[in-house]
Design a protein around this ligand. Sequence first.
Ligand code: SF4
Ligand SMILES: [Zn+2]
Length: 366
Amino acid sequence: MKVLNENHQNLLADFVCSLRKKAIGKKREFTNEQLEKPVSFWTKTDRLIDEIGKEFTVILRTKGCSWALGNSGGCTMCGYIQDANIKAVPSQFIIKQFDYALEQKVNELNNQKHNYILKIFNSGSFFDETELDSGARKHIYQRISEIKNIKEFVIESRVEYLSSDHLTELKHNLKNKYIEIGIGLETVNDYIRNNYINKGLMYKNFLETVNLCKSYDIGVKVYLLLKPPFLNEQSAIDDCIDSIKSLIDLKVNTISINPLNIQRGSLAEYLWYQNRYRPPWFYSLFKCIKKAVNQDDLKKIRIVSAPSGAGTKRGIHNCLKRECNSKMIRMLNDFVLNQELNRLPQKEKDYDCDCKIKYYLEKDYF
Ligand code: SF4
Ligand SMILES: [Zn+2]
């Protein structure tokens, strides 16, 4: 593998940054009324640690990810900054956003028989003070501690914002809930992560954070990126298999495999417009899971995947026939909910679409 020197890395960061600035420049400002509501929220069936239950997901609108707003320009596949406010969002607005979502769903949460997993995402870092301050965090903890049916709580953060104080506060406020912190590792390979994804994260720092979480009995959910920019289909499969196996050995609690989807203003979008990038095939995702995981592993680790834009040109897809993709999406959901490998296609005959031949050609020769 050719090694990029520091100048090349700076060039990439400068380029990602210029794309990002252009995309942000076209954004309209949000009104106060808009800032009082979250980006979105929903409930739907989901996999909990030991059972099928429901997720309650809330996406908060904050200032945006500091990594994307800084000189690095952010990660090469990420366009979340498009949903962000860019300017600081005062704490009382964040609280209103969360309360708004909760008010709409609180009856469902209290009255249904299911258990729930609450996921709060802010397309950045939950512990970054410029996105959410401690007042907003404490308010959220206090509100959810009152809801019995919420059994699991998931947030996400870059490792540099995660400290012992944050974890102490979390544990203290949410004594009876299983807590997981999502970390975007993307791959176990430092070279791919930092040169192709522009993540600005070393594996050794990730490991320190995993150990810190373990010492507080807090779970770790790791996001993996399937097919970063500059990898072809086969290298992407190899990288993902490698990453899943290493994380199983490391005994993290959940792996979320995110097949790259083309997001606005990202380097991936720039390459995609030039026909220099294609999102991964479903066939590749299934191959990664089947090769890296065995049924026994799934007693100790949860493997999930909820691809954005699945079945469209911008998301993971096979050919563009609707029935081909919908069959794949059904099988993937079935696997995630039940955590059973036999829900995925088992033999060649389970793939009954002509595009399998095109896939093999593309994977093996390009
Ligand atoms: S992937 Fe995460 S860390 Fe990277 S720019 Fe997007 S929000 Fe920030
Ligand atoms: Zn097909």
